[in-house]
Design a protein around this ligand. Structure first.
Ligand SMILES: Nc1ncnc2c1ncn2[C@@H]1O[C@H](COP(=O)(O)OP(=O)(O)O)[C@@H](O)[C@H]1O
Ligand SMILES: [Mg+2]
Length: 302
């Protein structure tokens, strides 16, 4: 059975998967929220300053825009769900069972349609991976039209992915922004370009991605992207990736759309499904925020 077929099989089980959310009471009370942990890390700047000063990432701003979860039990649970997702991604990235470990370090966060939580998952996954002391994470804003991550991090004026693709004289390392979050590097989207899909398909792109990967196998790349069904450039971007995290907005995206998006991916990629933004019925021992969101890994194989 191909990966796509397996993923589609998993999708068929959505209602059953939904029926068993872990009760919120299981979260240890002492657990620091994602935001608290993030704030702890931003106080310490332990990376060598190369040519430019470290870019300050302000947790309060990220929280205000909604790209970091609320500072509550739901946020703590999200951090736990992300740990499960990242464990599988890391296993695939470092070659445990992965056929193409070099590409396995390229992880794209995708979805069929807009507003399913790609940028949210990409940002939170990158922060979660950056806490792994053995790795550093390069978060690349591959959603050129919307570039939410670039905007939220205040990197709108900085050169980025499109600039380095369009200008062969520019070294890929020039557009990598070191942040004051330990182990987190960012590549902004850069200036829009009318030939984005062609540039994504070019040999220059493969070279740029290789350079972004660095010489050291400890660097992981997380790509935000535009909806797979809205632009051809996202499908092209996916073709450069070893792993795809497919975000599905629960109860909103039609199964047909998810199937089409999955079919646009290559069979050799590791594809993991994340059911996002699932509001559960307000039952006593269930998750109690009426419009809360949670993440769930549907495909244990990543
Ligand atoms: N799991 C989640 N918990 C809380 N808010 C979320 C979650 N997923 C997405 N959101 C919010 O939903 C909105 C759409 O998500 P976004 O990541 O921008 O979608 P996309 O990048 O797919 O267009 C944003 O306001 C985001 O903060
Ligand atoms: Mg987005």
């Amino acid at each position: 059975m191909s990966i796509v077929e397996k993923a589609v099989e998993k999708l068929k089980n959505l209602p059953t998967e939904l029926a068993v959310p872990p009760p919120v009471e299981t979260a240890p009370l002492h657990m620091a929220s994602t935001v608290e942990r993030f704030q702890e890390r931003t106080r310490v700047v332990d990376q060598p300053v190369e040519s430019a000063p470290l870019w300050h990432v302000e947790p309060a701003v990220l929280k205000r825009t909604g790209i970091l979860p609320a500072d509550d039990a739901a946020g703590a649970r999200l951090a736990d769900e992300l740990r499960l997702i990242k464990r599988t991604l890391l296993d695939n990235a470092i070659g445990k069972g992965a056929e193409t470990p070099a590409r396995g370090r390229r992880i794209m966060v995708a979805s069929a349609e807009a507003g399913e939580g790609k940028s949210f998952v990409a940002m939170n996954l990158a922060l979660s991976l950056a806490r792994e002391t053995d790795f550093e994470v390069l978060l690349v804003d591959g959603d050129i039209p919307k570039s939410d991550i670039t905007r939220i991090l205040g990197l709108g004026e900085q050169p980025g992915l499109m600039d380095v693709l369009a200008d062969e004289q520019r070294a890929p390392a020039e557009v990598i922004v070191r942040t004051d979050v330990p182990n987190l590097l960012v590549v902004p989207a850069g200036k829009r370009h009318p030939l984005a899909a062609e540039l994504f398909r070019s040999r220059r792109m493969e070279y740029v991605l290789d350079e972004f990967g660095g010489r050291d196998r400890r660097r992981l790349m997380v790509f935000d992207s535009s909806p797979l069904l809205a632009t051809s450039e996202s499908q092209v971007l996916a073709s450069h990736m070893g792993q795809v995290v497919m975000v599905v907005a629960a109860g909103r995206t039609h199964r047909q759309a998810v199937n089409s998006a999955l079919q646009s991916l290559d069979d050799f990629q590791y594809v993991g499904l994340v059911l996002n933004m699932s509001s559960l019925p307000a039952r006593a021992n269930y998750y109690s925020r009426p419009h809360g969101h949670y993440l769930r890994v549907l495909n244990g194989e990543a």
